[in-house]
Design a protein around this ligand. Structure first.
Ligand code: SAM
Length: 231
């Protein structure tokens, strides 16, 4: 499964940012800013962004951590990382982008103040191992933030159903000539345990001393913030 996901993201990497903007009407930028705010990042912090893709969340963290901070982005798709490195060079931003698996992070215990994963945990085979890896590398009292799609409720649910059934695969097909990958996006969102069900996974890790879900955009996305407990 993960080999398939890795190849899929490398295949769509060149069109990823454009399609992100089109599908979310650019609102994903606001979600990322909120993620950084809720992570309560302070100047000088060391931050790890997992499944960083083309780097947009890592860039936001870099601004918040200031010149004395450090941000590292990891992803297992070389195609996505190439773009992240290119964007960092163009923006003259100092971020290290490393090829690594979210399920086996190449870092010592307790070395980051914050760890994040945006729209990535949905694609990871073992979500609990991923969360445990995140809490392993973060210092006790540090924060883990997860931004991920949910499924909206109420009247919005019906519009969203039509949008995800017809519009998302169509835009994927027209822009990246890859309807299958964007059909995967829709399917993986509908199967993802969002809201309280994701909180149960956080609880199951027994690694957080506090955790909270924040519903955003009528439940189209959720932000989960957990504080790492000491061993
Ligand atoms: C939908 S993209 C999100 C990228 C970025 N975080 C963003 O917010 O735009 C999902 C990313 O997760 C990465 N990914 C999926 N499973 C992974 C894993 N096990 N280890 C590392 N990266 C992974 C993919 O390569 C892809 O770049």
């Amino acid at each position: 499964m993960s080999e398939k996901i890795k190849n899929m993201f490398s295949d769509i990497s060149r069109k990823y940012d454009l399609i992100n903007d089109l599908l979310s009407f650019g609102i994903h930028r606001k979600w990322r800013k909120k993620t950084v705010r809720m992570a309560e990042v302070k100047e000088g912090m060391k931050i790890l962004d997992i499944a960083c893709g083309t780097g947009d969340l890592a860039f936001e963290f870099r601004k918040a951590a200031g010149s004395t901070g450090k941000v590292i982005g990891v992803d297992f798709s070389e195609g996505m990382l190439e773009l992240a490195r290119l964007k960092a060079k163009q923006k003259n931003i100092d971020i290290e982008f490393i090829n690594a698996d979210a399920l086996n992070l190449p870092f010592e215990n307790n070395v980051f103040d914050r760890a994040s994963i945006a729209f990535g945990i949905r694609n990871v085979d073992d979500k609990i191992t991923c969360l445990k890896e995140m809490t392993r590398v973060v210092i006790p009292g540090g924060k883990v933030v997860v931004l991920e799609f949910g499924t909206p409720t109420g009247i919005i649910k019906y519009f969203y159903k039509i949008y995800s059934k017809f519009v998302i695969p169509l835009i994927g097909k027209l822009i990246s000539y890859d309807k299958k990958s964007y059909q995967y996006l829709v399917d993986s969102i509908s199967e993802f345990p969002y809201g309280e069900n994701f909180v149960l996974l956080m609880k199951e890790t027994d690694s957080f001393y506090e955790y909270r879900p924040y519903k955003m955009a009528f439940g189209i996305v959720y932000l989960y913030v957990g504080t790492v407990k000491s061993e």
